[in-house]
Design a protein around this ligand. Structure first.
Ligand SMILES: [Zn+2]
Ligand SMILES: [Zn+2]
Length: 128
């Protein structure tokens, strides 16, 4: 039993190590590939469960793009820029909430409680 718990803690630690410092917004599959080099017999389901746990603990944000979940350890408020050519997801620190709140929406009777914004274009490596 204690052995089991140690194993679970280790899995969670390795998964957290794999994602905590990146800004690449990996999917569960990409994290699974990375974690497998450390724990070869881990399953995708285990990786997925641990990711949900980290999200539940408030350590990760989930970003859903084209129905795929991407995991993001940056909790500071930010938006995302997706390169249409290379597919890379970048963090952009613009205050969209401020932009939305200062727009004419409230005068038109809309109360904004949250927003979901994704910016698309070409990154500096792919841009013209
Ligand atoms: Zn690009
Ligand atoms: Zn991000």
């Amino acid at each position: 039993m204690a052995e089991n718990r140690r194993r679970h803690t280790r899995q969670l630690e390795v998964i957290w190590e794999a994602i905590k410092e990146g800004t690449s917004h990996p999917t569960a599959d990409q994290i699974y590939e990375k974690v497998r080099s450390v724990i070869p017999n881990i399953s995708l389901g285990t990786v997925y469960r641990n990711l949900q746990k980290l999200v539940g603990e408030g350590k990760l944000q989930v970003l859903t793009l084209d129905r795929t979940q991407h995991f993001d350890p940056t909790l500071e408020r930010h938006e995302h820029f997706i390169c249409e050519k290379c597919g890379q997801v970048y963090d952009v620190f613009v205050d969209a909430k401020e932009m939305i709140l200062s727009s004419s929406l409230s005068h038109e009777g809309f109360t904004v409680s949250s927003h979901r914004l994704a910016l698309y274009g070409f990154c500096k490596h792919c841009g013209k």
